[in-house]
Design a protein around this ligand. Structure first.
Ligand SMILES: [Zn+2]
Length: 353
């Protein structure tokens, strides 16, 4: 059904079609092309835009100009402010600008290049920290304290992310061998496997997650002479753990893909993980996903408490034959006691890098 709008030409409500049309605006002496939205009256063929559409079209032209000139768009300006949890007025004051300056930018006014530069710098929490030291007096005490907490949380998050990138790059440099299952470590596959496991098992203790990952990598290796994630596993008293896993989990928490809850009971305390974003299972080919799910099902059939998983892992030759704190060779996968339900998998000769 066609919608009806007020046609200024016919001077009454008429059926209209909404279309998009290339339109050229002039912004600060520069020609900018945008796809403008307007309406065509089905009776008189008059083309017209509502006030809202006109404003939106102009905003688009301004944003296009911003992109061409390295200026933040109005929503990017907003993003910078929201990251620091301040109101428009407080944010303006923090920067030492007029009270309504940020409000104007977020509503679509073009920022001057000096202000743009300041906003760009503020994307880095280290600069925010300096600015807070300098301009703390511009803010009321409550805003200043809140900002201080936000800045320090963002600094921590930044550090964790940098370390993770560094770590992932370093781990991926390790050449394929029996200790990473002849695959270079792939942090993306590792993180999405964690999320997938948690989607299947529900919230789990990290010691349990580590064992799930170990069994999955080793079961797949038993079948395909290749691991899923390229992780190296170390023999620890509580069972096998992926090397540097603590940091990767911490980075996932900072990035918002993993939730952690502290749990304490009568005789235990621990952290339980739950997924906050959906796993990207496109990273795993058909056989891999089948094997992953088969392995989880086999483990679930044996009992899924952290204790049971731990007992199971301790009985494996791979664990018994490796010295404490040493890497566990994937060669031991051949002797895994855990048997999978018969899933006929195709032998693949996937890339080994
Ligand atoms: Zn008309």
């Amino acid at each position: 059904m066609e919608k009806k709008m007020f046609c200024p030409q016919c001077d009454r409500m008429q059926p209209v079609k909404t279309i998009q049309r290339q339109e050229t605006f002039t912004v600060r002496d520069e020609k900018v092309d945008v796809l403008s939205e307007l309406n065509v009256c089905s009776v008189c063929k008059e083309e017209f835009a509502t006030t809202e559409q006109e404003e939106e079209n102009v905003r688009k032209a301004y944003d296009e100009y911003r992109r061409d000139n390295g200026l933040l768009t109005h929503s990017e300006v907003r993003d910078v402010r929201v990251q620091y949890g301040l109101s428009q007025t407080a944010f303006s004051r923090w920067l030492g600008w007029g009270d309504v300056t940020i409000h104007r930018y977020e509503s679509g006014s073009l920022q001057d290049s000096v202000h743009n530069e300041a906003l760009l710098l503020l994307r880095d929490p280290r600069n925010a920290e300096k600015l807070l030291e300098m301009n703390r007096g511009n803010l009321d005490e409550a805003s200043a304290e809140r900002l201080e907490r936000t800045v320090s949380a963002r600094l921590n998050a930044e550090v964790v992310k940098l370390i993770e990138q560094d770590l992932a790059a370093t781990l991926s440099l390790v050449a394929p061998s029996e200790f990473n299952g002849y695959r270079r470590f792939n942090v993306e596959r590792f993180e999405n496997l964690v999320l997938h496991v948690l989607e299947k098992t529900g919230p789990a203790y990290k010691t349990a997650v580590n064992k799930y990952l170990w069994y999955i990598d080793f079961c797949y290796y038993r079948d395909q002479t290749l691991s899923i994630t390229g992780a190296q596993y170390l023999r620890f008293p509580h069972g096998p753990i992926p090397k540097s896993y603590d940091l990767i989990f911490a980075a996932m928490i900072e990035k918002g893909s993993l939730a952690v809850e502290e749990v304490s009971g009568k005789d235990f305390a621990g952290e339980r993980y739950a997924p906050k974003t959906r796993a990207n299972t496109d990273l795993f080919q058909g056989d891999e996903l089948k094997m992953i799910d088969g392995c989880l099902a086999a483990l679930a059939a044996k009992g899924r408490t952290a204790r049971q998983l731990s007992d199971m892992a301790h009985e494996e030759a791979a664990y018994k034959l490796t010295k404490d704190r040493e890497p566990i060779s994937y060669r031991h996968a051949a002797d895994l006691k855990l048997k999978l339900p018969a899933v006929k998998t195709r032998k693949t000769s996937g890339p080994r890098a």
